[in-house]
Design a binder for this molecule. Structure first.
Ligand SMILES: Cc1cc2nc3c(=O)[nH]c(=O)nc-3n(C[C@H](O)[C@H](O)[C@H](O)COP(=O)(O)OP(=O)(O)OC[C@H]3O[C@@H](n4cnc5c(N)ncnc54)[C@H](O)[C@@H]3O)c2cc1C
Length: 292
């Protein structure tokens, strides 16, 4: 199928783009990498009057990583973020998750911020942003605001962004000392959306005992789900049996069934993958940073 007819603008500046969206009211739609929006239009699941293509706005094509974290502009493509050495050393969970997003051709064009704004509960990067406690900064004719990940994801394909707002930056906190991360997912074919995916963030103390263990889930709830699994593994070392984390996750998740998997299968996957990533993240935490 072909998309319904729409008007199209390709502004060169953020100011121009924001002005256009303000004029269009709710009839405008931002076009970034087009890897989600164009399939949606082609399937006639949406029919915006006007697409505002942001690809010529050079100031949005930024990737920066420093002691406080990683900041991605709206035109930072998945592939560029995945390959950036400073991003990898500042927050290794980002490239680990991006490697599971679709296929290389889609990652070459799709933007990481677009994926967050798209708010697909099966998307890897919304879950990563939620687990890390990151945020999204948006700009409109009304001004600029920063929305925490906890407040950003409202439902399937629904974010807190207004129709007149452009998301200009995603912020991911840096990995703290004596902390580690890991990511794992199961999909029917490599590159497909995951049947279930889990990201983990574990911290240990100077004796390498776990002080905090949290996990972020995709394809499990209508928005990215973050669970605190600390009580199951508190005080344990990475070499200990950490399977209590998976047992707790199994109790806490409430997945739905769909054509890809039953609710029970998804619950089991959430448990198995939680075990795996919490153990891997605990090992990474124990092997990282000062504290000897
Ligand atoms: C075959 C296939 C497989 C895929 N598999 C996966 C997968 O496994 N995991 C995964 O996470 N994704 C997957 N994707 C989606 C891909 O990651 C997209 O790149 C991403 O979801 C959207 O980014 P985009 O830049 O292409 O956004 P677009 O498609 O341009 O836009 C998506 C939505 O976000 C809005 N938007 C985008 N950027 C902004 C902005 N800066 N400000 C305001 N609104 C904005 C658009 O208006 C639109 O509503 C897949 C896509 C395809 C085609």
């Amino acid at each position: 199928m072909k998309p319904p007819a729409f008007d199209y603008s390709r502004p060169e500046t953020l100011e121009e783009a924001v002005g256009l969206l303000a004029e269009l009211s709710s009839g405008g739609k931002v076009l970034a990498g087009g890897q989600s929006l164009l399939p949606i239009l082609s399937m006639r699941l949406a029919a915006p009057e006007h697409l505002v293509d942001i690809n010529r706005i050079a100031e949005l094509d930024t990737i920066s990583a420093g002691p406080d974290g990683v900041r991605l502009g709206a035109l930072a493509r998945h592939a560029a973020v995945e390959r950036d050495p400073a991003v990898r050393s500042t927050q290794p969970l980002i490239p680990a998750a991006l490697r599971q997003v679709a296929h290389p051709t889609i990652r070459n064009r799709g933007t990481t911020l677009g994926s967050i704004v798209h708010a697909d509960p099966s998307g890897e990067m919304p879950a990563v942003l939620a687990l890390l406690g990151g945020s999204v900064t948006a700009v409109s004719a009304r001004g600029r605001r920063t929305i925490s990940a906890a407040e950003f994801f409202l439902g399937p394909l629904e974010s807190a962004l207004g129709p007149d707002e452009i998301a200009v930056e995603a912020y991911f906190p840096a990995l703290a000392v004596r902390s580690g991360t890991a990511f794992a997912e199961v999909s029917r074919r490599h590159g497909d959306y995951a049947v279930c995916g889990v990201a983990a963030l574990v911290s240990v103390d100077q004796e390498r005992r776990i002080t905090s263990a949290r996990a972020g889930y995709l394809s499990i709830a209508s928005t990215p789900l973050v669970l605190d699994l600390t009580e199951a593994v508190l005080g344990r070392r990475c070499a200990d049996d950490l399977s209590a984390a998976g047992r707790l996750a199994r109790q806490l998740v409430e997945p739905d069934a769909d054509i890809h998997a039953s609710a029970d299968y998804r619950r089991d996957l959430a448990g198995v993958l939680s075990d795996r990533v919490i153990t891997e993240a605990a090992r990474a935490a124990a092997g990282s940073g000062p504290g000897d």
